[in-house]
Write a protein that binds this ligand. Structure first.
Ligand code: AMP
Length: 223
């Protein structure tokens, strides 16, 4: 199964993609995570992406499309779930072009799920997020507090706010989402003989969102 999860930053794509990957045995491919790894490793791509990421802008399509096509080509036959990609209509078109080429088999996207969330909820969720620079554990100042304020439960390291979770950058990322990524929803909804498309209310708690997603995908698998 080949799935795309769309949604504003902070809609919970990462959490839901992990759960989908586990349940259906798929490879979870997050463009944001891959970019962060490239940055941490100090690669050419990581260096090129740095300034765009820190300001909440999108990394140029060409770099992202190449990076993701490479990652997708290594996915197992069971399929993959894409998290954070495509984010522009051009990326979606390029993804479509690259998919049918694989080993002569039909590789088209089966389902697109759109996580829909209010901007107000996104701002609350993202600006309150804190993470451990040592182990990557994620907390929230209201909803997922560490045992000792400001310290990681696992290793005691001082928790930090990711630069792209600051209020200014979150507002920029939302603006970018509304200007560029929302059009991707229409691209998939209006594509003839395109993938199955589902609207999911992501203002709810994560378990309820997962229930809705699994209900849709289970029905698709057994159809
Ligand atoms: P994320 O963790 O998915 O929110 O991604 C973090 C940052 O990486 C974004 O704010 C963008 O700067 C960049 N990024 C991730 N995915 C893409 C994409 N598909 N196209 C362009 N930039 C991306």
């Amino acid at each position: 199964m080949r799935i795309i999860l769309l949604g504003a930053p902070g809609a919970g794509k990462g959490t839901q993609c992990k759960r989908i990957a586990e349940r259906y045995g798929l490879l979870h491919l997050s463009s944001g995570d891959i970019l962060r790894q490239e940055r941490a490793a100090g690669t050419k791509l990581g260096k090129k992406a740095q300034n765009y990421m820190d300001s909440g802008a999108l990394v140029p399509d060409k770099l992202i499309v190449e990076m993701m096509a490479g990652a997708i080509s290594k996915a197992p036959a069971a399929g993959f779930v894409l998290d954070g990609f495509p984010r522009t209509v051009n990326q979606a078109v390029e993804l479509d072009k690259s998919l049918p080429a694989r080993e002569g088999e039909d590789q088209r996207i089966d389902a697109v799920l759109s996580l829909e969330i209010d901007d107000r909820v996104v701002v609350e969720r993202m600006t309150g997020r804190r993470s451990c620079p040592k182990c990557g554990a994620v907390y929230h100042i209201e909803n997922l507090k560490p045992k000792v304020e400001g310290r990681c439960d696992r290793d005691g390291a001082e928790l930090v706010q990711r630069p792209d979770d600051s209020l200014e950058v979150v507002q920029n990322r939302l603006k970018t989402y509304h200007q560029q990524t929302k059009a991707v929803i229409n691209y998939y909804k209006n594509s003839p003989a395109g993938p199955a498309f589902y609207h999911i209310d992501a203002n709810r708690e994560a378990d309820k969102v997962s229930d809705s997603i699994f209900e849709s995908l289970d029905a698709l698998v057994s159809a």
